[in-house]
Design a protein around this ligand. Structure first.
Ligand code: HEC
Ligand code: HEC
Length: 189
């Protein structure tokens, strides 16, 4: 109940009327996505700090147009100009990510590394997993969000997202996804 109310007040703050300044909007974004490089404070929510600007900009356009369905952001980007989306992308891309991963499970970490190497994830996301262009940073991302998004890709629920990811995860089991999420979340940015 408490969480629901908090989310509601964030949504109201964020959705509140056109005419909001960019700074007001960014404050609302940070309530869910993390402020000043800190990780997103909410479960299954991506940290945006240090993401490639093009990835953020593309995602914002897809979300504004309703092509990528993000219920938590419904209506939030209505009427926001392309220039403001770019400014939002630049704002978060310029932040230095300060991840706060949980304790490391050595076996799961090693298994995740093996799977990432074997499936050539780095060929797109870079060996550092910092991402580039339209490919997101994975290093230091919230573990629960990494798992959540990979499950969505694999289960065909990632509406509006690049189908290359479903292909890249093809044949992996849920325990593999858990190992990958653990490994990537533990990597320093
Ligand atoms: C009420 C919480 C909430 C607010 C406010 C919010 N978002 Fe989100 N946003 C989410 C969630 C949850 C997701 C992930 C949805 C999914 O894919 O399951 C998301 C996804 C995103 C993504 C895609 C990132 C990725 O790694 O795939 C971007 C970019 C984004 N939001 C930017 C913004 C910006 C900019 C604002 C402010 C205008 C904002 N969000 C406000 C909850 C929120
Ligand atoms: C051929 C290039 C390519 C390969 C190989 C690839 N990815 Fe991706 N990945 C992408 C692109 C592009 C996106 C962005 C999709 C979108 O937002 O529509 C993405 C998105 C993701 C996301 C979502 C992150 C977020 O912030 O929303 C995760 C998690 C991910 N990839 C993990 C992996 C893992 C793990 C592997 C290896 C098993 C892998 N990727 C291999 C191109 C690739």
């Amino acid at each position: 109940m408490r969480r629901a109310l908090t989310l509601l007040s964030i949504a109201l703050l964020a959705g509140g009327a056109a005419g909001q300044s960019l700074d007001e909007r960014l404050t609302a974004c940070a309530a869910c996505h993390g402020a000043g490089g800190a990780p997103a404070p909410l479960a299954n929510t991506p940290t945006l700090a240090g993401q490639p600007p093009l990835f953020l900009e593309n995602s914002l356009v897809m979300i504004r147009e309703g092509l990528r369905d993000v219920p938590a952001m419904k209506g939030l980007l209505d009427g926001v100009s392309d220039a403001d989306l770019s400014a939002m992308a630049k704002h978060f891309a310029a932040q230095t990510l300060q991840p706060q991963p949980g304790p490391r499970d050595a076996a799961l970490f090693a298994r995740g590394q093996q799977l990432a190497d074997g499936n050539r994830c780095a060929s797109c996301h870079l060996p550092s997993y910092a991402g580039r262009e339209q490919m997101p940073r994975l290093a230091g991302q919230r573990e629960d969000y990494l798992l959540h998004s990979m499950r969505q890709f694999l289960n065909g629920q990632a509406t509006g997202r690049d189908t290359i990811m479903a292909a890249s995860l093809h044949g992996l089991k849920d325990e593999d996804l858990r190992a990958l999420a653990h490994h990537l979340s533990q990597l320093a940015p």
